[in-house]
Each structure stands twice: as structure tokens, then as C-alpha cells.
Design a protein. Structure first.
Length: 183
């Protein structure tokens, strides 16, 4: 089964324009996730008996991929982002760990379920969703409490853990939802 539609043509056009006109757009390093990623890589490696693979779903310009490559905790790392030409090829296969960072909160709400389904299809062991809960009012993103993101992921995956980062900070507060495929 291949991926379903996860964005409209208009949304893709807007994302490509943002990538083209803002050097910082899609270039987050997610430094606060490094310890989480080290722990997850070690846990999956112990279960699989080898260094795990990583796929960054909605990787933007690939900055998080570069960070994970620098840490050396994953055997292979790949990414996908339909809004950035260098990563626009749709993924194939499965990966031990799939990250979906700053994707759901920026995506069109009508595609939220399809994105989680796509990530579930790609994740062999774990998925990590990083979602903004308190966006700045001028951002245009609606504020969504952590339980919104948890409920969305739980429709397709089994919850492992939720971490909160930057509590109370407008424009920064995030819910990091860690889950595994149901099958």
C-alpha cells in the first residue's frame, strides 16, 4: 500500500515559497531532542541487534538529518519533504524510527490523519511526533493542547510516552509524542 494524499497543491506551493524565501524555514536543529534520540536509538538497537535506521518525515531543508548524522547513532538516515525539492521524492520501505517534527502543526487539518497513517506505514519500531501547542498568535497556527496531538496519534499507533518541552512559552511549547505501530 502506498502513501495517501497528505497535502493540497496550494499548501505545497506555499511551503515551497516559504522554503525559497526564508533561509531559516525548515532548518530547525531540534537540539532539545538529541537526548531523546540517543535513548531511542539505543533502545531500538538493543531490540534489533544492530544500529537502527531513521527517516525524517517532513524534513524541510534536512538540518535535523545533518544533526543526527553528526551524532552517529543511526546506520542510515533519509528524509522526505514535498515542500523542498531536494527531499521531494516519496519514501519507500520501512525505517526503524520515523520522526515527524513540526509537520502536523503546519499541515492542513484535513490531512492530519493521512499524515499519521503515512508515518505509521513507514515506522517499523517507533515514531516521534513533535507538535507545537502554543503558537504565536501571528503565526496563523491554531493552539492545540497536548491531548489533541496524543488523540490524533492514538487512532493509528500505540502510545509509549509524551514529553513536554518549553512549557508555557508562547511560540515554543511543544508536545513530543512517541508511539509504536499497532501491528
Amino acid at each position: 500500500m502506498g502513501p495517501g494524499r497528505t497535502f493540497s497543491s496550494e499548501h505545497q506551493r506555499r511551503m515551497r515559497l516559504k522554503h525559497a524565501t526564508s533561509a531559516g524555514y525548515g532548518a530547525h536543529r531540534h537540539l532539545y531532542l538529541h537526548d531523546t534520540m540517543r535513548r531511542i536509538a539505543a533502545e531500538v538497537a538493543a531490540a534489533a541487534g544492530r544500529r537502527p535506521t531513521l527517516f525524517d518525515y517532513g524534513c524541510g531543508k534536512g538540518r535535523f538529518i545533518a544533526e543526527m548524522t553528526r551524532l552517529g547513532i543511526f546506520a542510515d538516515i533519509a528524509g522526505y519533504d514535498p515542500g523542498f525539492a531536494a527531499f521531494s521524492a516519496p519514501p519507500a520501505g520501512r525505517f526503524d524510527v520515523v520522526t515527524c517534527l513540526d509537520v502536523l502543526d503546519a499541515a492542513e487539518e484535513r490531512f492530519h490523519d493521512a499524515i499519521v497513517e503515512d508515518v505509521t506505514r513507514l515506522a517499523a519500531h517507533l515514531a516521534i511526533f513533535d507538535c507545537l501547542t502554543k503558537p504565536l498568535p501571528k503565526s496563523g497556527f491554531p493552539p492545540r493542547p497536548p491531548f489533541y496531538w496524543i488523540a490524533l496519534v492514538q487512532r493509528r499507533m500505540r502510545m509509549i510516552k509524551t514529553e513536554m518541552h518549553f512549557l508555557g512559552l508562547d511560540g515554543f511549547e511543544r508536545a513530543v509524542v512517541i508511539a509504536e505501530p499497532l501491528e
